[in-house]
Structure formats: structure tokens, C-alpha cells
Ligand binder design. Sequence first.
Ligand code: ADP
Length: 625
Amino acid sequence: MEDKVMFRHSVSLHLRGIRELHKVSAGFFPILTLYCVFNAVIPYVTVFFSAQILKELATGRQAEVLWKWVIISVLGIGAAAIGKAFLYRRYQTLLSDLYGRKEILFIRKMFSLDFSELDKQETHDLRSQIQQDENWGSWGLMKLDEIYMSFVTGVIGLICGISLTVSLFTSPVPEGSGWLTVLNHPGFALVFAGLIAAGSILAGKLTAVSMKGWGQCAEDATFGNRLFSHFGFICMDTARSVDIRMSDQHALAASYFRLNNAFGADSALGKIFRGRIGIVSSLGACVIPLVTGLIYLFTCLKARGGAFDVGSITQYVGAATAMTNNIHALTELTGLLKTNAPYLENTFAFLDIRSAMYQGSLTTEKRADRNYNVEFRDVSFRYPGSDRWALRHFSMKLQVGKRLAIVGENGSGKTTFIKLLCRLYDPQEGQILLNGIDIRKYNYRDYMDIFSVVFQDFQLVSQPLGNNVAGSMNYDRERAQKALADAGFGDRLSAMEKGLNTMLYKNLDEDGVEISGGEAQKIALARALYKDAPFIILDEPTAALDPIAEAEIYAKFNDIAGDKTAVYISHRLSSCKFCDEIAVFHEGQIIQQGTHEELVAIEGGKYHELWTAQAQYYAGHFRIQ
Ligand code: ADP
């Protein structure tokens, strides 16, 4: 009973898998179905035509009838073979394409996930598990093509087989043929048919046992593959190449290969297949020739008794053997379905992760005066899985058109504040309001249109410089140039032969340019300026810049920010002096707020403490020099 439920569950998982793949490649299953039809029918067509020719040779021997069969056979089998070859090529092309296309399902999911889900290690582990399962045995969605093919070919083959072999059982041995007339007894025919079917099913079941082996060692194999994909390519990772050489990490990587042998003869996998499971599945392979022998015996005995001619022997033996293979494949399929089910469960567990955050539908008002009021009202937030409040009873209003600097020690909640503002997370308590309305009610894309953000760990892509700045293939070149110039990249841009068309990084183009951390930061800043949103938010925007470049940016920050509301996080307090207001964060709260002059005057205050500590540091440097 439990087995039945499990089987039904496996079938429904596979049907959903087919629907999911069909969404990203509408042509794949129709072509595969056609290919399966040809694949299933051709052996029977061949058997049928050969039998007709043999029959004619053995009995009528009329030249024109023989010729007719020969021509029909050659044309029929030839056309079927050409059709099959054509469909095979098409199927193979679509299959290779499907390997890439099915990623669309995962990419779409990744993009629609709530950031808090995306940020969870379990989400990444699940995705990586799905990838590894596919890599080591095409388990999961990419097993569907094999399963679908076995099923459709098996069922069509079975129908053809039955229609060509029915008369094997119904043609009687003529009376007067001695003891062989016993074969006419319906019970006898039933026993033979039963034995053939049971043998084929048994063979399929025994072979299916080997599938269990794959299931049992899935964890080891997946882990082995994971190690391989990490350590096997570690030396090719340019970001690690220096560390690997300096710290002899290649020896550490090599030791993993010595200690973890997931696929060798002595591995868990090897032991499973050398043991009971291996023996049982080999027995499955032995049963098939026995069944074929039985078919030969029954057919030849009936022919000997005179039930049919020599041509029919070819037809029955050929068709019954092909049918045995079909039954065998269909039975084996039940094992494959069960083995693949947990892999599909993982896939759907990932594709079904609930995305609840970005459901708002309100459009944000497009305001030429950029008069957007943002307020944090008694907000408290802790990261998923953490019991520590990153922000606690936090309230603040952003003043339209003003420059706000945020300072505070590491871990005081500065980046968290920006992440909440950008709705990467929602607070557990309190509200964040835009023009008096909870930001959860806005359409997320619309809402994000009003922010230009540069995070500390920004990323550029291996694309031309201009595309990076605009975040688009088509863009306004003048605006991109101006944004780069404002971000302090103007001189470097003028020195670039291909200007905005210069490819960043060399990994996709040998003419690409490698840029320094400071240059990358300027490009990221230019990207934020190009977007020209009402809010510009910069998290440590000059950390990688040299002092001269940093001074240049500050000197013209007021111009750059224009009428935008700017929020600016910095560790260098001297760089916050130009802001209208400074908020001092401490343990998830704002403990001081005011201008530089006001705050620095409060002795014993946090800002004074931070300021004095940095002033001493710089003073120390000056003394040394
Ligand atoms: P700051 O930007 O001021 O250095 P953050 O806002 O990054 O501080 O961090 C505030 C607190 O939240 C810290 O205690 C930090 O350890 C914690 N924190 C930050 N990111 C995460 C995260 N993804 N998961 C759990 N805790 C986090």
C-alpha cells in the first residue's frame, strides 16, 4: 500500500517535471515523442517485412510478389531509418539546449526570491545539491528525458509487439500433428505467455534493484562531487592563485583527493555494486536470454507442428524478443521513477520556496521635485536565525535634499539600516514609510527606482565599461561619460583607446582591462550617478580610493549629489564634515545626531570619542613623517 502511494507520488513528481521543462523548451517533448514512436516501431517494421519476404521465399516464390515486398521493405525501412536519424539529431540538439534552458527555471526563482531566503545558507546548499545531483548522474529534471523515452518507447513497442504476436498463440497446430497438438490447449498458450511476461518483469525488477544502489550512495556521491568541483578547480581560480602558492594550499587540496574517494572500487559506491545489489542486477541481465530461449522454443515447436511457416517464425521470434525488451524497460522504469523521486523533491523544494516579500502593488509617485519623505518608525530587526537585534527601536527621518552621514563602530547597524531601506529585509517590528505609506505596499521595482545604492561589496560584470555604468546594453553615452567624470574616472576614461566600449576584465576578452579596486569603486559610483535616482546611498564609497582621489570626490560631492537626498556611511570621520547632518549609530540605535561642529563639541559623547581616536591616529602618522 505504502509502495503504491510512493509510486503515485513519484509519477506526479515526474509529470510536474515534464510540465516545468515544457515551459522552458516547448519543442523538446513533441520531438522526443516522435522520436520514440520511430524508435519503438522500427524494430517491428523490420521484423514484419523480413517475415513477409521469408514467407514468400519459403512458400509462393512468385518473383513479382517477392519484388514487391523487397521494394516496399527497402523503401519503408529506409524511410523510417532516415526519419529516425533526422529526429535523433533534432532531439539531441534540443537536449543539449535543454541543459541550458532548464537553468531559466532556477534563475527566475533566484531573482524572485525574497532576499532573506537568498541570504540563507540552506538555500544555497539546496541549489548546490541539485546541481551536484545533476552532474553526477543527471538525477532530477535531466533524468526526465530518459524516463519519458523509456515510457513512450516501451508502451508503443508493447502495442506493436502484442499485435504482431497475437497469432503466435492463436494459430493452431493442425490436427494429426501428433503430440504437438497439445500446444493448441489454451492453458498451454497462457502458461507460455505468462512465463514470457513474468520473466521480462522479473528481469526488469532485478535490474531496477541497481537503481536502489544509486539512491543509497547519493549522499556520498554528491559530497564527492562537491569536493571535486571545489578542490579540482581550485588552482584555476585567479582570485586564489596567490594565496595558494604562498600558503601551499595545493597540498591541502591534494589531501582531500587522497582521503575522499567517492567513485573508486573501494568507495561506498564501489562496495554497493560489488555486493548483493550488483549480483541481483546482474541476474536481471541473465533472465532476458532465458526468456528469449523460451520464446524460440515455443515458436519453433508450433512451427514444427505446422501451425505456421518459416517466415512467421522470424516475425514471432523478432517481435516477441523486442516485446520482452519493452516489458523489461517498462518494469525497470518503476525503479528509476522511485530513485529519481527524491532528487525531484529537492528540485521542487527549491522551486517552491515561498516568496512573500515583494507582493506590493502601489506605484510610487513620480515627483519632479524629488520630494520623497522616508521615515523609520520604531523599527526593530534581527537577521533570520539570529537572536541579536541588529536595529532596536530605531526611528529616523531622512531630510529631503540633505546629506546625511552615518558613523559608528563595526556592527553598530549602519549597513543593516541601508538593507532595510532597500527592502532586502523587512523589519520584525515597526514600519518604514515612504510619503507616509508603509514601503511594503509599494511595487518593489517601482520603489527601488528611487534609490541609487553603492554597497561595499558591489560587483561589476565582464562587459564594456559603458554597459556597466548604465546597467544596460543601450544607453546614453554622454550621460555615462559625465557620470564617470563626476566619479573621478574621467582621466582614466580618456586614456582608454576604446573609451566606453572598453571591456572590463580579461576573462571574456583578451583585450579587456583589469582595473584596480579604486577604479572599480569609481565605476560603481558612476553607475549610481547614471541612475540619477532621488536618493543616493553610498556605503563606504571611498574605502578603496587613494587620499587624492578621495579628496577630489568630497570636493565635488555637493555638485554630484545635486538635489538628491544623500546617505553616506563612512569610517573616516573627516570625510563626513561636509554633510548637513551626522547620525551616530551604536548597538542598533542612533545615540547622537547633529552637525560635525555640534557633535564634536560634546565631550564624553560617542562622536567625540571616535573623532579623537581618529585624530590621534592621523596625528601619529604626521609625527612619524
Ligand atoms: P555595520 O554596517 O555598522 O558594521 P551591520 O549592519 O553590518 O553593521 O551589522 C549589524 C549587526 O548585525 C552585527 O552584529 C552583525 O554581526 C549582524 N549581521 C550583519 N549581517 C548579518 C547577517 N547576514 N546575518 C546575521 N547577522 C548579521
